[in-house]
Ligand binder design. Structure first.
Ligand code: CTP
Ligand code: MN
Ligand code: MN
Length: 566
């Protein structure tokens, strides 16, 4: 065998274990497979059924590895078993394994569902070492020539995010480890090492990154530089990856997908091959990216402000404290609550705030409804804020509601900060002009309030800590012990007739919204915003009583909120 490392230098225990490992001989004596797992060993992982490819592995080594796997609670069966989920091969190409499986009676492999998954021995080695099936990563897969074409043919990916179903959990979010050598001899050696040392080496855990994450970083960097078109291109590529029903294993599978440009493709390839992209790593470690990220995470700070601060030589939050006078009221509050506002809001917290908002709305206008929108409506377990949409079934009743709700909440001590915007009312003629203009799709004109709630200062039973009091900025400093948390809350009020449009517009995701509007404009000659749908050629407003009806008017298949996570 051709070991990459001199064995002589290793401790005796390792050498001993290696000698005990059978290696394939030229003409191995055929061995009967061991007894069925159920007779001798407990099955700890019933959802995983292994099959070891004897070709090139050899019968005796296969028998040895079979026993090893069974001792560790894995189920191992023959190739023709319908139950097999993981096929493990050593030294064969993917195409060779497919041929071998056919010979053994297994003719169908579902490339989309990855069933059974065709894996190289590295997955087995790592699983044996971890004593559990480790998650499959791209580098574990054997590449099958026919699969890339089959995947593309089977899964036609639509160009607009609003035509695709994108779940929160998708097939391409697994972190990709930095790859290890795939030399077959090396794996034999490696397995020995792992079994002796029991622990996986740390080098294995470095630079974990998903393809989507890498593309999002590039999108963010472009956004920080004011290159919106570039940012959008990366963001769209990431969105397409999220919608794929299969796990991308090699870059050729992206060949005919929409929205994946040359640069995105290069980044994905790097991540697939090396576990990370050098370019993305460079961006992430750059001084400018880090400062921009830090500053834009402050409530009330956008790219322009952050960029100016960077140019002025500011780098840290401490630098900003020194220049405190330069900050707006909003930014000062943002800085004060920096840690809280950058701690994800849990669903339970969103629900607690929802209860207070409902109570406030009920007090101010009985019969009005409060709907949770944004990421939480799409099923996200956490969010950067909590979004609510308020309406009343009698059109017109909602006018002036928001200011009453805010003053009720403020009196109860629930608000640390708020900034409200009046409904900039437009009559129909103005609305027509506005709807057909290009800026219409970017904004809406509802009565709305961007606020910071004090969770823990909520009234009555909703209090987190007994007797919590609204903190005063004069007496409280970050880091002091306390029983409350600052949480961003967006409140929007919509007239009843516009409610379905507002609900669709405020549920997101941003990628989904952007493409809904782009699709309406380019494919249907319609202008969609959070108020209405306007037919530009017929010059008429289209009404809808539900989100379903809006999709119908646009000629789109209805996509429920949980599938709008583009
Ligand atoms: N939105 C908007 N106008 C704004 C802010 C937000 O129309 N000025 C819409 C966005 O289009 C988005 C939705 O409101 O669809 C929610 O926005 P946001 O809270 O920023 O994002 P979420 O998807 O809720 O993400 P998170 O869970 O991180 O809050
Ligand atoms: Mn939100
Ligand atoms: Mn929001």
């Amino acid at each position: 065998m051709n070991h990459p490392v001199q064995i002589l230098d290793w401790p005796c225990s390792i050498k001993l274990a290696m000698m005990q490992l059978p290696v394939k001989k030229k003409h191995p004596r055929r061995q009967e497979p061991g007894p069925p797992a159920s007779l001798e060993f407990c099955v700890h992982f019933p959802e995983v059924v292994l099959c070891l490819v004897e070709k090139r592995m050899g019968a005796s080594r296969k028998a040895f590895l079979t026993t090893l796997a069974r001792q560790r609670g894995f189920c191992v069966e023959d190739a023709n078993s319908e139950r097999v989920t993981h096929v493990v091969s050593e030294g064969n190409s993917g195409d060779e394994v497919v041929e071998w499986l056919k010979k053994k009676g297994r003719h169908y492999i579902d490339a989309v569902a990855d069933c059974p998954a065709l894996l190289n021995i590295s997955w087995f080695t790592e699983s044996m070492s971890a004593e559990r099936p480790v998650p499959i990563e791209p580098r574990h897969y054997l590449l099958v020539t026919a699969h890339a074409e089959e995947l593309e043919a089977k899964c036609q990916v639509a160009p607009y995010a609003c035509q695709r179903r994108t779940l929160l959990l998708h097939s391409n979010q697994a972190l990709v480890n930095k790859g290890t050598e795939c030399h077959p001899g090396f794996h034999h050696f490696y397995l020995t090492l792992l079994l002796c040392l029991e622990k996986q080496p740390d080098t294995h855990k470095k630079s974990r990154r998903s393809m989507e994450d890498a593309l999002q970083t590039m999108a963010e960097e472009a956004h920080f530089n004011g290159s919106e078109a570039r940012s959008l291109a990366f963001s769209r590529a990431a969105s397409v990856l999220k919608s794929l029903p299969w796990t991308v294993k090699r870059v050729q599978e992206l060949h005919s997908l929409p929205c994946i440009g040359e640069h995105s493709r290069r980044i994905v390839q790097e991540v697939l091959e090396d576990g990370a992209s050098a370019e993305v790593e460079r961006v992430q470690h750059s001084e400018r990216y880090q400062a921009m990220k830090l500053f834009t995470k402050i409530f009330g700070v956008g790219v322009k402000t952050a960029s100016r601060w960077y140019q002025e030589g500011l780098r840290t939050l401490a630098d900003l404290q020194v220049h405190h006078a330069k900050l707006s009221k909003e930014q000062q509050v943002g800085l004060l609550h920096y840690d809280d506002l950058n701690t994800p809001v849990e669903r339970s917290e969103a629900e607690a705030i929802g209860q207070v908002v409902r109570e406030a709305v009920e007090q101010c206008l009985p019969g009005a409804s409060v709907t949770l929108t944004g990421g939480f409506r799409r099923g996200k377990p956490t969010g950067h804020d909590v979004d609510f949409l308020v309406t009343h079934p009698t059109e017109g009743q909602e006018v002036g509601l928001l200011s009453k709700v805010i003053s009720w909440l403020d009196k109860q001590g629930c608000l640390l900060y708020y900034s409200s915007h009046r409904n900039t009312f437009l009559d129909l003629e103005d609305l027509e002009l506005w709807s057909s203009s290009s800026s219409a799709s970017m904004m809406d004109r509802f009565e709305r309030c961007f606020s910071i709630f004090c969770l823990g200062c909520l009234p009555g039973a909703l209090q987190r800590g007994a007797g919590a009091q609204k903190p005063s900025t004069a007496t409280w400093s970050p880091g002091a012990s306390r029983s409350w948390k600052a949480v961003r809350v967006d409140l929007v009020v919509s007239p009843y007739s516009q409610f379905p449009f507002a609900l669709l517009g405020w549920t997101g995701s941003r990628n989904f919204e952007r493409d809904l509007r782009r699709f309406s404009k380019h494919e249907k000659k319609m202008a969609l915003n959070s108020h209405t749908l306007y037919h530009v050629e017929q010059k008429i407003f289209l009404t809808a009583a539900s989100e379903e009806e809006i999709f119908q008017l646009l000629g789109l298949e209805y996509i429920p909120p949980e599938e709008r996570n583009a």
